[in-house]
Design a protein around this ligand. Structure first.
Ligand code: TXE
Length: 492
């Protein structure tokens, strides 16, 4: 049985408790490895190491260009080992190898982009309204960052935090999900190989209450970057507020995917299926509310169900598989409980509706691709994040009603609009309250484009130039070039 230690101050170490916990392969439901079970003592050691590395020593002495080159080198090493890292992710989260290979192959781009940005962060000279002073600004790294990630895309979600944090000059303590720690611990070997000084990147593994909570409340941590549930995001925000930490929170969603009657229906059906069944629906941007214009509802549903029925389930390591298992046993139970909720709420079950018992699914945690029609937006199945392959279909009459339904929810992460009318596309993109609007496409992301949520879907943005400023703080420097000191009792 493979055992993974945590990584603190440049060394792989056991937890202070000496304990390990089990990690499961979702396709078989069996334990495949064990991970060191950290606690508050390990968190304290890691944060102090990160603080030391931030305040003194080699990292603090590097120029921005040198820092950027290290970050770039890390990207090269990930590209070299992408296959191995992707296979490890599949072991832990059961997502398809086809999806994880694509994802991990793309991860280096975040390190290249932010590595390149490291030495292009310029302050300004302010054209002051006062004579006799010179005023300029500097952008300085904020300090020790806690990066807390979820289980659905461990290395991608980490790259969104780590690449800008390191490029900015911060040091980091990573807490991966207890369900998927292995790939992060394999990845951190590359951090060492790239030549980052010890203490700059640390990984403490364990559970939310034992590791996540003490990390979030630690006085030496200046910023928390988190991806996960809105409930945990809220708890983190409350704790972080007590010590005035900055936060970036990427929480879940219940994204509307809206199809108008002038859309290319074949493309829209593909977009709707990819929006909810790709990654077994376990993505924060899942298009889990499909809004269909009344006039095309029946034809669209015929086509969608025909396509969804062909989805191949089974071994996530096979390139043929299209829908894999659910990542965790609690998540499997949660999805099934939401299917029951929808049934009792009176939604019409049009497809699936329970555990997958196909032989190719073995003992894995599989749920049949499930579709409910006749959903109204006030039902729990329309309002709450399921995070699984469960689609709610809602009818609408016109643009006004579509945008009203789309926005009648506390979330605002992703959204899709399918139409051939450019004016309508732009109008809808203005009306929808969400951090991303995709027009005639769905589930596209890039290291260059800001990503994040409106409303309860989060705070701050990841990716794109603005992401690096979430790890920087601005200092204003005033120099007297000849102004009289004047009356000491009044503001200058
Ligand atoms: O999430 P948690 P879970 C949603 C999805 C899913 C639900 C639960 O709806 O069904 O969340 O998943 C750490 N202080 N998303 O339980 O609890 C935890 O150890 C600090 C959406 O996995 O949010 C893990 O590392 N940290 C999401 C991380 O938080 C704490 C992706 C996320 O766990 C903590 C995944 C605490 N008090 C699930 N408690 C997305 N936005 O994509 C836990 N953690």
């Amino acid at each position: 049985m493979q055992k993974f230690k945590m990584y603190i101050d440049g060394e792989f170490v056991e937890a202070a408790s000496g304990k390990y916990f089990d990690s499961y392969y979702p396709f078989t439901g069996k334990v495949w490895s064990q991970v060191a079970e950290g606690g508050p003592e390990d968190v304290d050691r890691a944060v102090k190491a990160a603080h030391r590395a931030f305040t003194s020593g080699d990292w603090a002495e590097l120029t921005a260009s040198q820092r950027g080159m290290l970050v770039h080198r890390l990207g090269d090493l990930i590209a070299r080992d992408a296959k191995k890292l992707a296979e490890m992710e599949v072991q832990d989260n059961g997502k398809l190898i086809a999806e994880m290979q694509g994802q991990v192959n793309y991860v280096p781009q975040w390190y290249y982009y932010f590595g390149g940005l490291a030495d292009k962060i310029e302050g300004s000279v302010i054209p002051l309204d006062k004579k006799g002073y010179f005023n300029f600004t500097r952008h300085e790294p904020i300090g020790v960052v806690a990066a807390i990630t979820a289980w659905n895309s461990p290395l991608l979600l980490l790259a969104w935090k780590l690449a800008p944090a390191l490029a900015a000059g911060c040091t980091v303590v990573i807490k991966p999900s207890e369900f998927t720690s292995a790939s992060t611990l394999e990845f951190v070997k590359l951090v060492e190989e790239a030549g980052f000084p010890k203490g700059v990147v640390n990984v403490v593994t364990g559970f939310g209450k034992d590791v996540g909570a003490p990390l979030t409340s630690h006085p030496l941590v200046r910023k928390v970057a988190f991806t996960g549930s809105d409930a945990t995001g809220r708890a983190i925000n409350e704790v972080a507020a007590k010590t005035f930490k900055r936060v970036t929170l990427e929480l879940g969603g219940k994204s509307p995917n809206i199809v108008f009657d002038d859309a290319n229906l074949e493309d829209a059906v593909n977009g709707a299926v990819s929006g909810i069944f790709a990654a077994t629906g376990q993505t924060c941007i899942a298009g889990s509310r499909l809004l269909l214009q009344e006039s095309i509802h029946d034809e669209f549903m015929d086509r969608l169900l025909a396509l969804a029925k062909t989805a191949k389930m089974g071994n996530p390591m096979s390139m043929e598989t299209q829908v894999g298992p659910v990542t965790t046993r609690p998540q499997y139970d949660k999805i099934l409980s939401y299917i029951d909720i929808a049934k009792t709420e009176g939604a019409n079950l049009a497809l699936g509706g329970g555990p997958a018992t196909r032989p190719e699914c073995g003992d894995g945690w599989f749920v049949e691709p499930t579709v409910f029609t006749g959903v109204t937006n006030d039902m729990r199945i329309a309002q709450e994040e399921v995070f699984g392959p469960v689609l709610s279909v809602i009818k609408f009459k016109d643009e006004d009603e579509a945008s009203r339904i789309a926005n009648d929810i506390r979330f605002g992460l992703g959204s899709g609009v399918w139409t051939s009318d450019i004016g309508r596309a732009i109008r809808m993109s203005e009306k929808i309250q969400a951090g991303t609007v995709w027009v005639n496409t769905y589930r596209a992301v890039s290291y260059m484009s800001p990503f994040g949520g409106y409303k309860d879907s989060g705070i701050g943005r990841e990716s794109g130039i603005e992401a690096i400023y979430q790890y920087l703080q601005t200092k204003s420097v005033w120099i007297n070039t000849g102004a009289k000191t004047g009356n000491p009792f009044v503001l200058k």
